[in-house]
Design a binder for this molecule. Structure first.
Ligand code: NCD
Ligand code: ZN
Ligand code: ZN
Length: 423
């Protein structure tokens, strides 16, 4: 099977070039100015963006356990709709895949139902909440691409220390949802003017930063690749910046919602603005933008967290934490960061493809290489459209961005040269 993409604006070797792309037997075969292949199926990209399939190291699919929120099938369909071809699935499903048997079952379930590459996180501790470590070496051998207790901070410093030592010894990665539960204050919103204005219990910034500071010290001692999930605070960015300057092996991700919204945008008791960590202050948001510009932040990750409507229409106090994000990430980032001149398109694509793939050692993801798997997306940068829940392929419709107009609609997504999503 041959596929010839004419007139691509291709993101290749960190540059945007106008060219044709030939795909043969599921692999990139040729990249050149004017390719002729009479026996190929031809797609005229009309100078739309052709990018390596996007990579998101932080998503929540809800299978098994809460398939009314999302299944692996709907989650990966939504991912393909967002231009993503590789995602890292968090282990907060039921049961938590915390031993060999459950982990193998999870991997088999992912393989049977995924339209794209779903990589599986293993938890760090049993059931994600205890202090007892999982069989880190064993689960890595079974394919755990990284370890995370996402949703819960790891409270016991000794568990964290030992986990880091063991994860470092096998060259894997520890992704941390930093949150000291003793400082959490049963909060549902950022602690500050918005929590006061709305009369809601606030989550202090120190819940994030105090555990982050502890972890950075432990990461220095153990040498582990320590990855900070969904960083949200100004002081957190400053800590990561200092740690990087000190040579600590730390990386961090930021979510589109923390880059684009602050707690000042929460005008009513609408839980589509409720997630953990919460939307912070405008000063925090500005610090995240600076961190993106100066390279302190390494990648964009959505923290795609689908919930059912009746779990999100209960107001801030009663609704679940989390918002969907995989179908709106690229268009929002492109429209609000690139078109406004905050970062370049090349920078954005790097943050959503090569950087996450490289830092998590994902071979053959996030990059276009000759004779390698043809995983890519074709994206229309020219036309504006409105974000509508009726267009979502995710079961989750819980987004604070509904009704916004954006650019950057995904036209098609390919895995191994096969179309898995088409508009
Ligand atoms: N982000 C959220 O608010 N919720 C996540 C868990 C998490 O990432 O903390 C979820 O699984 O729903
Ligand atoms: Zn989290
Ligand atoms: Zn998460």
């Amino acid at each position: 099977m041959k596929l010839l993409i004419k007139n691509a604006k291709l993101f290749y070797t960190n540059k945007l070039i106008n060219c044709d792309v030939l795909v043969e037997d599921g692999k990139f075969k040729q990249i050149a100015e004017n390719i002729v292949a009479t026996d190929a199926k031809i797609i005229d990209a009309k100078f739309q963006l052709v990018t390596p399939g996007l990579v998101d190291v932080h998503v929540h699919f809800r299978e098994p356990g809460q398939v009314h929120k999302e299944t692996i099938r709907t989650g990966t369909l939504a991912s393909a709709h967002g231009g993503f071809t590789t995602v890292g699935a968090m282990p907060n499903v039921t049961p938590v895949p915390d031993d060999a048997k459950k982990f193998q079952q999870q991997v088999a379930l992912n393989q049977a139902n995924s339209l794209i590459h779903t990589l599986q996180y293993a938890p760090v501790t049993v059931n994600e909440t205890s202090d007892e470590l999982v069989d880190i070496e064993g689960l890595a051998k079974l394919g755990a691409f990284a370890f995370s207790n996402d949703g819960h901070g790891i409270m016991n410093a000794q568990s964290m220390y030992e986990a880091m030592e063991r994860i470092a010894a096998i060259d894997s990665h520890l992704a941390a949802h930093v949150e000291d539960k003793n400082l959490f204050n049963r909060g549902v919103i950022n602690f500050g003017s918005a929590s006061q204005r709305l009369g809601l219990p606030g989550i202090k910034q120190v819940a994030e930063t105090s555990q982050l500071a502890r972890d950075l010290v432990l990461a220095k001692e153990t040498g582990v690749h320590y990855h900070v999930c969904h960083i949200s605070t100004k002081d957190g960015i400053e800590l990561v910046r200092m740690a990087k300057d000190a040579g600590i092996n730390v990386t961090c991700e930021v979510s589109p919602h923390h880059l684009l919204l602050s707690d000042a945008d929460i005008l009513t008791d609408d839980a589509n603005f409720k997630m953990n960590p919460p939307l912070r202050s405008e000063a925090d948001r500005q610090a995240l933008i600076s961190g993106l510009q100066d390279g302190t932040i390494d990648m964009i990750a959505t923290d795609h967290a689908p919930h059912a409507e009746n779990e999100k229409n209960q107001g801030f106090e009663k609704s679940a934490f989390g918002i969907t994000g995989i179908e709106t990430s690229f268009p929002l980032m492109y429209s609000r960061l690139v078109k406004t001149g905050i970062i370049s398109l090349e920078q954005l694509l790097n943050l959503m493809t090569e950087k996450p793939a490289q830092l998590f050692n994902l071979k053959n993801a996030g990059i276009i290489k000759l004779n390698q798997a043809a995983d890519f997306a074709i994206i229309n940068l020219a036309d504006e459209y409105e974000i509508k829940t009726t267009d979502f392929l995710s079961k989750g419709k819980n987004s604070p961005f509904i009704g916004q107009n954006v650019y950057g609609q995904v036209e098609q997504t390919y895995i191994d040269g096969e179309c898995v999503y088409s508009k």
